[in-house]
Design a protein around this ligand. Sequence first.
Ligand code: AKG
Length: 334
Amino acid sequence: MEELFKCLTVEAQEFHYGTSVPEVSVNDISPLGFYRSYVSSNQPVLIRNACRHWPAFHKWNKEYLSSKLGGKETFVAVTPNGYADAVAFDLVTKKEYFVMPEEKKIKFSEFMEVLHNPTQYHGIYYLQRQNSNLTDELPELLEDIEKDIPWATEAFGTLPDAVNFWIGDKRAVTSMHKDPYENVYCVVNGYKDFILHPPTDRPWIPYKNYPTATYREESPGMFSIKPSAHDHELPKHELPDDKYETHEIPWISIDPLAPDYDKYPSYKNASPLHVRVQAGDALFLPSLWYHHVRQSHACIAVNFWYDMQYDVKYIYHKFLDTLVERQNYFKKEV
Ligand SMILES: O=C(O)CCC(=O)C(=O)O
């Protein structure tokens, strides 16, 4: 089976995805061209100058955002290590968890103060709510951007499902994951570094089930990992259905910045693509692509999540997922 998976990776790379993310100018993008060349073939592309014409490109800096949003309260993810929604080892319970950030509700001006004086504060701050926070929580900023990406909206035949606003510390990292969305990711200030894996890399991406937990800052700079209430010691078959559902979450255990090849030797077979998205540009990140994201300090971004189609590509990806799961199961058995 492993040989077949290797063949899949090589063919996907040679015939289709290549070894770098293609680039195109926004002036050369039409809805039909975008759909034909990138969406339907599940191919990422860097779109130069996609959001350079937004007023936000010139306006969004510390002073402007503070005067516009200063007194407003907002939720910010705070972690000891920059990793919100990632796997971490808890020294107290000696277990690995999928750990979510502490969500602090603070004034935007306070967040700006922390962001611009990071050494004077404890914890790593990242405004990264993924619930359409730009439209729902920060509507004051909407006049500075377009409400959607016109060529993408026409290509997808629908408005975006969510528009998210991101601003954070350079130490804040988004761990490897995939989303069921077509993502148009626009950088307004600074840059973002993406590591991408096509869905065909699934056999080399290690998943494990982790109990969930949340960081809590007990005193300045002292974080503990609080297992979720449902992480009790009952065996799964004794858990009520609703608890069973949320007891564990499958997450990717590899850190592509420092892969542990002793633990995950198969990851050597994967075919990552690296791309830096500069201010004014956008990355089209197709649904189900694995991504890991870093950023320059106080980088500001807005992304548009469009619903994905549950089409034949999705069915093939799911089939591959099932094959890999089966193979891993039998490997453990022998
Ligand atoms: O910008 C980031 O830190 C993460 C972005 C991301 O994961 C997404 O847009 O799906």
